[in-house]
Design a protein around this ligand. Structure first.
Ligand SMILES: Nc1ncnc2c1ncn2[C@@H]1O[C@H](COP(=O)(O)OP(=O)(O)O)[C@@H](O)[C@H]1O
Ligand SMILES: [Mg+2]
Length: 301
């Protein structure tokens, strides 16, 4: 039996939010008993796909140790994230698990040159003692996303295109040489025509840098295109999870079937069809909830 710890092991995590005051309030379960794991020596792209409000960002906050689960545990390389208390331990963890956020224009201040973030990241993570020593590290990270330091040096965010700036944020995430990238809706603010360019980077990172990627998205075409395994989320639950071909060819859960039906047939020559933005049919979801089906999963991994 393989006793090596997993890269990431998410065990029955649930997150509840309480709103209101002590007299009256509501309890909201944003993430409901989710489990999955990623192998240490088998880099992959793992997608959690779901419409807005399905719990993706809450899950990503858990995995970044920005939030503790109400119940359940998350282990990274065998260590329970709940035991990370010291600043130095948290920094070591953050070197290995890096986020890429939805809106690069929020990540980068309009008043600062984008390269200053890259230099700061390199210095803060102890990759280099100063800017001069950090330059080759920053340049290498930018090359991994098809850019160079010459191209982005002394440029403000508005001087770069949406695709370029999101590639810079992927480069920033690469600087500490992470094992895992958590990308929460990384292409939703990027023009449809540029989405493939960004998500293809994740494939390249998997294949050339042995980086695993958790891709959280409501954009099914890009998810199906790049992912190895996919988990379909609905209201905090994973309703189905499997290798992507299985979910595409033979979705078991009614919600997954509905999602499949909402995607235009991709033609290999028509990248635009893949890149088209698909909204995950909010009305049908409501319909599905109303019939009162149990939302429990058809998991077959
Ligand atoms: N801090 C919070 N307090 C209360 N409710 C929250 C909080 N964060 C998220 N939620 C709720 O949890 C659910 C899942 O939200 P979220 O994880 O942001 O979903 P997604 O990223 O898939 O859109 C939503 O109903 C949202 O309103
Ligand atoms: Mg979100």
């Amino acid at each position: 039996m393989n006793t090596e710890p997993k890269l990431l092991d998410v065990q029955h995590v649930t997150v509840e939010f309480h709103t209101g005051n002590i007299f009256s309030g509501t309890r909201m379960v944003a993430v409901n008993d989710i489990s999955f794991s990623l192998e240490r020596d088998k880099p992959e792209i793992y997608t959690l796909a779901g419409e807005s409000g399905s719990g993706k960002t809450t899950l990503s906050r858990l995995l970044l140790r920005d939030l503790d689960p109400t119940t359940g545990n998350v282990f990274f390389e065998g260590r329970n994230l709940a035991t990370i208390r010291k600043r130095s331990d948290f920094k070591e963890f953050m070197k290995k698990v890096q986020p890429v956020f939805q809106n690069p224009f929020e990540t980068f201040s309009p008043l600062r040159h984008v390269d200053t973030y890259l230099f700061e990241t390199a210095i803060n993570f102890g990759m280099a003692p100063n800017q001069r020593a950090a330059a080759p590290i920053v340049d290498e990270a930018l090359h991994n996303v098809g850019l160079s330091l010459d191209e982005v040096a002394k440029r403000y965010p508005h001087e770069l295109s949406g695709g370029q700036i999101q590639r810079v944020s992927v480069a920033r995430a690469l600087i500490p040489h992470p094992r895992l990238i958590l990308a929460d809706e990384p292409v939703s603010m990027v023009d449809a025509s540029l989405r493939m360019e960004i998500v293809n980077l994740f494939r390249k990172l998997r294949d050339e840098q042995q980086v695993s990627v958790i891709y959280l998205t409501h954009d099914l075409p890009t998810a199906y295109y790049i992912t190895d395994r996919i988990a379909i989320m609905l209201r905090g639950y994973v309703v189905e999870s499997a290798p992507v071909e299985a979910v595409l060819d033979n979705p078991l859960h009614p919600y997954s079937q509905l999602l499949k039906a909402s995607i235009p047939k991709p033609q290999p020559t028509e990248k635009a069809a893949w890149a088209a933005h698909i909204d995950l049919g909010a009305t049908e979801v409501k319909e599905y909830g109303r019939v009162g089906c149990k939302l429990r999963a058809a998991v077959r991994m």
